[in-house]
Design a protein around this ligand. Structure first.
Ligand code: SIN
Length: 296
């Protein structure tokens, strides 16, 4: 897909420039606080086409981030953070991703400064969000990059025999650990995926808006394929995950302050590189309500 552009009624041009990777496009020429319906319709279409959109140089107050997010649908309330804090005062939809300590010595957000492993947001829920947005307020000088991987490309890249093997299977998505490896608030930790809290979803799904087939994997730790022995399930998951996390179907984002990244949470996975824990990284995230991932 090449670059595309639209003009709004005032003549302002919005340009969509694909990253050149398997997914992702950068959107130029928009202020997300002031979008008309034509611009929003083009952004919505591009989000479905490219799975991840990057908007640089945005100046969004929390209320602006919520308002832009709401154009995509109703918002989920933010989960309780791993430190027990509940989101941002006055904005229950905002989740803080940060390693920064508050004046009480407790982190103001989740995920720390370590690696956040490949995952789809909140896939342990029966109805995971259809989209997530992350807005950068403070970024470290190096590290903390976020990688996205196309689950359409992952499905397309499976050898024919493996595609046949996984068709119709369901995966248990574990709700014990978040992507930073922290135990979620209120959960008793276990490493047995058969008994841990979570939800079964089809392994091969059909995207409800694009109609394309994709792999729906969630998170590797504590994942389990229904009906298989644990060792057989682990071996098959390892084989599938090897296709879903290769660089050839991924795009890496290096953050600057004022970046807004919007992703299709049904069609992608993401992970974050670690960074120097003495540096500050502060992100605000919203999530748009989704539906149960439909089987292909
Ligand atoms: C997330 O996994 O939702 C956060 C990713 C990041 O911190 O870049």
């Amino acid at each position: 897909m090449g670059s595309a552009a639209i003009r709004n009624s005032a003549g302002d041009e919005t340009i969509f420039v694909p990253t050149g990777a398997a997914l992702g496009a950068e959107v130029h020429g928009v202020d997300l606080r002031r979008l008309d319906d034509a611009q929003f319709a083009a952004i919505y279409r591009a989000w479905l086409d490219h799975s991840v959109l990057l908007f640089r140089g945005q100046a969004l107050a929390d209320a602006d981030l919520i308002a832009f997010s709401r154009r995509f649908g109703g918002l989920d309330f933010a989960p309780v953070q791993e430190n027990g804090r509940v989101s941002v005062e006055g904005f229950p939809e905002l989740y803080v991703v940060s390693n920064v300590l508050g004046s009480d010595g407790v982190p103001i957000g989740s995920l720390g400064a370590g690696e956040a492993v490949w995952h789809t947001d909140m896939s342990y829920l029966p109805q995971p969000p259809k989209a997530s947005m992350l807005f950068s307020l403070e970024v470290p000088a190096a590290g903390g990059d976020t990688w996205f991987s196309s689950m359409y490309s992952a499905y397309d890249s499976l050898p024919a025999a493996l595609r046949l093997r996984v068709e119709g299977l369901r995966v248990k998505h574990d709700g014990t650990f978040n992507s930073g490896g922290f135990v979620r608030a209120g959960v008793t930790p276990t490493d047995d995926p058969r008994t841990s809290p979570g939800t079964l979803h089809p392994l091969v799904c059909r995207h409800p808006a694009t109609g394309r087939k994709l792999l729906y994997l969630g998170r590797r730790r504590n994942a389990y394929i229904e009906g298989l022995g644990l060792a057989e399930s682990d071996a098959l998951l390892d084989e599938i995950w090897a296709y879903a996390t290769v660089d050839s179907i991924s795009w890496r984002h290096r953050w600057r302050v004022g970046d807004l990244v919007l992703w299709d949470n049904r069609a992608t996975m993401h992970r974050r590189d670690p960074f120097d824990a003495s540096e500050r990284r502060v992100m605000h995230r919203t999530q748009i309500k989704g539906e149960a991932p439909p089987a292909a």
